[in-house]
Design a protein around this ligand. Structure first.
Ligand code: NDP
Length: 450
């Protein structure tokens, strides 16, 4: 097997070299998962739940280690990495509790009894990106395993380390051999093989809309189920009656968190014209306060981008009316400063997902116009609305075509609530009880009593 280097984006140094899986390893992993499926699905629900609780407990026990791995591999601030690992444990706790709460029904029919069962799908392929590697893996592993499926998980080639460590912890937790198989390899090789493999029943994918389209096409060949969590270009809507100080303090975190490499980034900041100048001033001052630097420092709020290539792409978006450009370290590391650009909703920066610390600030006149502007995008993942008028908040939340919205908050994901996109941000829901729908089939059995 060939080896590849895993790099720390804050230092550009190699953390470790690991073996690269290819098509052969993918086929072997699918075969192992297929062999483990009958036993795993037949476990008593209480036993499957107990094993998932063990996983949650081991993640908690190893929280510092996992956060350090994630921070080093992705370049994310250690405080953020700790919060993500805490969520991973919560997700496994939630799905341990869900194992015996997702069941069928009996339906009134003539001449017998009709009942439904929730059946697992079999082997599922999970493909995750590099921005929240462990978190997003857990959102898929939790419901997939709770429903009785076995899995092959492919982390992004840039960030495989936390998933590989999680696989070891799952073994220690008592998850039987073959139930969870992690493969570090290229998307175009291992990912594509999983998409095409006849023994893989479903692909749970998070990544770009472009690759999501390829996954959907490839899955059509074997009529695979797919869940797609794709890109976004979310709106942060600031009305004139909002608590402007609070909204301005929150806005930088809504877009620069994880250095903007966040599908939920509210990267279009819509500001009502009557308060535009005042809000921009507050926003610049709050953005200026972001602490950018060494991810190991407890105080750091933003680290580097994932790679030199990605930095190149992000910088191609900054050619317009720059209202603010912050500081970022020089020297090794793929650094990029927090950047605010005054824009129109038609500019490239407002149309395409930048996936970096760059936000477009756009004025609007009234409620009707901002709903139209927010919806003038092929994406529909997330968004925020800042106002003191509750009725308006709900009207706008109902009007925006997006899977997840928050009022007077940046919040997007919680273990217990559904997460996913409208339009070209994908389909299917992760997290909460809704995710179980994507990892099970409904079977209907009619039992004649005549
Ligand atoms: P990509 O779509 O490039 O990659 C996502 C995953 O797909 C990686 O594991 C990648 O492997 C794999 N992959 C690449 N090519 C193929 C293929 N032909 N067949 C199967 N799998 C493949 O996205 P990024 O990793 O660059 O992540 C950034 C994107 O993800 C952003 O656009 C962002 O919006 C989106 N995203 C969406 C989220 C959501 O929930 N909606 C959450 C987080 C990110 P490898 O990298 O190893 O080649």
């Amino acid at each position: 097997m060939t080896r590849f280097a895993v790099v720390n984006p804050a230092t550009e140094e190699t953390i470790v070299e690991i073996e690269e899986a290819g098509v052969e390893e993918a086929d072997e992993a699918v075969a192992r998962a297929k062999a483990a499926f009958p036993t795993w699905r037949a476990l008593p629900p209480s036993e499957r739940a107990r094993l998932l609780r063990n996983v949650a407990a081991l993640v908690e026990e190893h929280a510092d280690e996992l956060a350090r791995i994630e921070s080093e591999n992705v370049g994310k601030p250690i405080s953020g990495a700790r919060a993500e690992v805490a969520m991973v444990a919560e997700v496994f706790h939630f799905y341990a509790g869900a194992v015996d709460k997702h069941y069928g029904e009996t339906i009134p029919v003539a001449g017998g009894v009709d009942m439904t069962f929730r059946e697992p799908l079999g082997v599922v392929g999970l493909i995750v990106p590099w921005n929240f590697p462990l978190n997003i893996a857990s959102w898929k592993l939790g419901p997939a395993l709770a429903c009785g499926n076995t899995v092959v998980l492919k982390p992004a080639e840039l960030t495989p380390l936390s998933a590989l460590r999680l696989q070891e912890l799952m073994g220690e937790a008592g998850i039987p051999e073959g139930v969870v198989n992690v493969l570090a390899g290229k998307g175009s090789v291992v990912g594509q093989r999983l998409v095409e493999h006849p023994d893989v029943a479903k692909i749970g994918f998070t990544g770009s809309t472009e690759i999501g389209r390829e996954v959907m096409k490839g899955a059509a060949q074997t009529i695979k189920r797919v869940t797609l969590e794709l890109g976004g270009k979310s709106a942060n809507v600031i009305f004139e009656d909002a608590d402007l100080e609070q909204a301005a303090r929150a806005a930088p975190y809504a877009v620069f968190d994880n250095a903007g490499q966040d599908c939920c980034a509210r990267s279009r900041i819509f500001v009502q014209r009557s308060i535009y100048d005042r809000f921009l001033e507050l926003l610049i001052s709050a953005t200026d306060g972001m602490k950018v630097g060494d991810p190991r420092d407890q105080e750091t709020e933003m680290g580097p981008l994932i790679s030199a290539e990605h930095r190149e792409r992000v910088s191609s978006y900054v050619d317009g009316n720059v209202a603010f450009r912050g500081n970022a370290p020089h020297g090794p590391g793929f650094w990029f400063p927090c950047t605010l650009v005054e824009a129109s909703n038609d500019d490239r920066i407002a149309r395409e997902e930048v996936f970096g610390p760059v936000a477009a600030v756009i004025p609007f006149e009234d409620e009707a116009e901002v709903v139209e502007l927010a919806n003038a995008t092929p994406f529909g993942l997330s968004g925020s609305i800042w106002t003191r008028d509750g009725a308006r908040a709900l009207r706008v939340a109902r009007g925006i075509e997006s899977g997840v919205l928050s009022v007077n908050s940046n919040s997007s994901v919680r273990p217990t609530t559904p997460f996913g996109g409208f339009k070209q941000s994908g389909f299917g829901r992760e997290l909460g009880m809704h995710a179980l729908e994507g990892y099970s089939e409904v079977k209907n059995v009619y039992f004649s009593t005549d």
